[in-house]
Design a protein around this ligand. Structure first.
Ligand code: PLP
Length: 225
């Protein structure tokens, strides 16, 4: 068996069946995605809209494409006809733009609000308070072409297990709390996207239901080639 298929199988066997695996294929060539596809993988995550569109055009159409990168509003239109789930929504303005573009294709696009849980300045995302404010807005219910289905979080880049655990746990607690308060036609919090190659076991033990794994499946990324 080739290594991508082997890696996928190993990870799938090590995670609970109710945790969804997103194969993060950014920077990787079509052949690598095809190999993962042949091994049964159907959910792929990309962080650049242009790159995702190019791959979408070539690969089988039963793939579910997730946008996991920082979103640029002016590019949302290029993926609105096919994107399944957008992980990194961090402003009301972007929710409105996604709604507008999804409407043109008569679709409903699922969205995760990105929460800032890392202690670093560089990570994007909303504070818990800002998420609460957005979910409380009356106008959210008027955005009929989006559905807010959960939250996404990225932990600090650190080896400190205790810190990682605290960050994941804080988002899990907030998620379950908000899930009880906010339910409507286009807001149903069911997905908690946390965990990458380096920290997904810890994320799962702290409530993650969706992990985004790249290098552990496809190998290290080479940004120079
Ligand atoms: C690249 C990326 C991942 C995957 O990272 P790995 O460490 O390669 O598993 C997960 N989430 C986001 C948002 C990413 O940009």
């Amino acid at each position: 068996m080739k290594s991508i298929a082997k890696n996928l199988l190993r990870i799938k066997q090590s995670i609970p069946s109710n945790v969804t695996l997103v194969a993060v294929s950014k920077t990787k060539p079509i052949e690598d995605l095809q190999e993962a596809y042949n091994a049964g993988q159907r959910i792929f995550g990309e962080n650049k809209i242009q790159e995702m569109v190019e791959k979408y055009d070539i690969l089988p159409k039963d793939i579910q494409w997730h946008m996991i990168g920082h979103l640029q509003s002016n590019k949302i239109k290029y993926m609105a006809h096919f994107v399944d789930l957008i992980h990194g929504v961090d402003t009301l303005k972007k929710l409105k733009e996604i709604n507008k573009q999804a409407k043109k294709h008569d679709r409903v696009i699922k969205c995760l609000l990105q929460a800032k849980i890392a202690k670093e300045d560089t990570k994007f995302g909303l504070s818990f308070r800002e998420i609460e404010e957005i979910l409380s807005l009356q106008e959210i219910s008027e955005l009929e072409h989006i559905k807010i289905v959960g939250f996404m979080g990225m932990a600090t880049f650190t080896d400190d297990q205790k810190q990682l655990e605290e960050e994941f746990f804080s988002l899990k607690t907030f998620f379950y709390n908000q899930k009880l308060i906010h339910t409507s036609d286009n807001c149903n919090l069911e997905i908690l996207s946390m965990g990458m190659s380096g920290d997904y076991p810890l994320a799962i033990s702290n409530g993650s239901s969706m992990i985004r794994v790249g290098s552990s499946i496809f190998g290290q990324r080479n940004y120079n080639s």
